[in-house]
Write a protein that binds this ligand. Structure first.
Ligand SMILES: [Zn+2]
Length: 231
């Protein structure tokens, strides 16, 4: 209930910067000028993810960007997703043009979606696809309710956790297609890899991925996964 109330207040009160939450002078922008200048554009090498032909990442998952994302994913502020998705479309256009002819997303389980009220990557995908002039297509279903990846430290544990967690749906839309798979945060790539594998098994010709954010490569080597990042 608190979450809903907070979300309602955020909608009613004067618009705030979606990163630092300062009141906005220019309400036509989702960000204050300071945050606009300081967006943490991703500059590391993009994580190599098995079963994909490559990918693109928009931001480093840190600082006010990370705090903003946590409010989006866990705090009920689902409208952030429209802005995030538009931003993501610019990176997709720059890095993955010509690599896909269909767009889908990494879904949460039905139970989690019910509790949260929305599927954060679906919103990202819808906004990015709209900006790209495409229609998002549901191609995956999460068939097993798994503990969040963020609670698991090791790559192998993360792989095992999502093994066979997804099933392909609407297979006729997958077969022979080159698919762009959208997710929120990529860390070890285990979830995206399992989704890409599922799509390839269902006949996808190629899968590329786009993620909203990723931790710096140097950080993912630490075993510090206490943050709520996945699922
Ligand atoms: Zn700001």
């Amino acid at each position: 209930m608190l979450k809903l109330l907070q979300a309602a207040l955020d909608l009613l009160y004067p618009p705030k910067c979606i990163l630092c939450r300062k009141l906005l002078n220019d309400v036509t922008q989702p960000l204050c000028p300071g945050c606009m200048q300081a967006l943490p554009d991703y500059t590391d090498r993009v994580p190599k993810v098995r079963f994909t032909a490559g990918g693109a990442v928009m931001f480093f998952y840190e600082g006010t960007l990370r705090e903003s994302f946590l409010r989006y994913k866990f705090g009920g502020l689902s409208f952030y997703g429209r802005t995030y998705g538009q931003w993501l479309s610019t990176v997709i256009r720059a890095k993955l043009s010509g690599e896909f002819d269909a767009v889908t997303w990494v879904p949460v389980s039905a139970a989690r979606r019910f509790r949260r009220g929305y599927d954060q990557s679906q919103i990202l995908c819808a906004a990015a696809a709209k900006a790209l002039g495409l229609k998002p297509q549901r191609m995956l279903r999460k068939q097993i309710h798994t503990p969040p990846q963020s609670r698991l430290a090791h790559a192998e544990q993360r792989r095992a956790n999502v093994s066979n967690a997804f099933a392909a749906v609407h297979v006729q839309d997958i077969r022979g297609r080159r698919i762009l798979l959208i997710d929120d945060i990529v860390t070890t790539g285990a979830t995206i890899s399992e989704c890409a594998r599922t799509l390839r098994m269902a006949g996808a010709e190629q899968v590329v991925y786009a993620a909203f954010a990723a931790p710096r490569i140097t950080q993912t080597k630490d075993e510090n996964y206490g943050n709520q990042t996945d699922s």
